[in-house]
Ligand binder design. Structure first.
Ligand code: HPA
Length: 233
């Protein structure tokens, strides 16, 4: 039986799934970095593929933007397809001045502003954390590949556009490295369903300096991040 938003049959998705927001990134990685990749999902054009990286089976599934979309794919991958390791491969906007475009963050935890999260926890604040084993392994793989990484916390927001220019000051003062829109729900659902999750993020823009990358630059800095994620499988 397939799930509501994924048409794969059970067994067609690997135990480890990489989760880019953009389904065309899933397609690009499947076609350029995996062997024998097969597309298992075209529902809503949210492409998903299973293939092999250095002989190990791995899947890559587009998950869309924001916690609403991400939560649907994460929930179905875990509960219908028995996925055990979910690794977000995405971008974030840095809120530390010295974080440059293209640098990589291994997210240890994710704070956030999601109403869904606070209503789920009845107004209390859940500290959503990555799986330590995956985090440690990613750190070690990056060191072996000589890819520099930052380890730290990120903030998952429901609102990409906001009017308040000082919105992130307090969060930067409390050690948050970057802003994105998905990790908090990924970590929360992984803990709920007793599976493992990690987010690996490249800096696509800097909200303090106003620096941002164009589409081509984003593609380039994506490769290092993908190598770390694929080696994790
Ligand atoms: N804000 C929220 N999410 C993001 C950003 C941002 O600036 N950059 C990449 N993902």
């Amino acid at each position: 039986m397939s799930s509501v938003h994924i048409e794969a049959q059970p067994g067609e998705i690997a135990e480890t799934v990489l989760l880019p927001g953009d389904p065309l990134r899933a397609k690009y990685v499947a076609e350029n970095m995996l062997d024998e990749a097969v597309c298992y999902n075209r529902v809503r054009n949210m492409l998903g593929y299973t293939g092999f990286y250095q002989g190990k089976q791995v899947s890559i599934q587009g998950a869309g933007m924001g916690m609403g979309s991400t939560s649907i794919y994460v929930h179905e991958l875990i509960n219908t397809y028995q996925v055990k390791n979910l690794i977000r491969v995405g971008t974030c906007g840095a809120i530390k001045e010295d974080l440059a475009i293209g640098e990589i963050i291994l997210a240890m935890s994710a704070s956030g502003d999601s109403g869904a999260n606070s209503s789920y926890f009845e107004g209390m604040h859940y500290a959503a954390t990555a799986d330590f084993g995956l985090l440690l392994k990613a750190y070690q793989i990056a060191a072996k590949l000589k890819i520099p990484t930052h380890q730290g916390s990120v903030f998952s927001t429901d609102t990409f556009y906001d009017d308040n220019p000082t919105r992130w000051d307090k969060w930067e003062n409390h050690g948050i490295l970057g802003i994105e829109m998905e990790s908090q729900i990924l970590f929360t659902l992984a803990h709920k369903f007793k599976v493992k999750a990690l987010s690996i993020l490249t800096v696509s823009d800097n909200l303090i300096t106003g620096q941002f990358s164009d589409h081509a630059e984003r593609e380039q800095s994506y490769i290092d991040m993908m190598k770390i994620a694929l080696e994790l499988a």
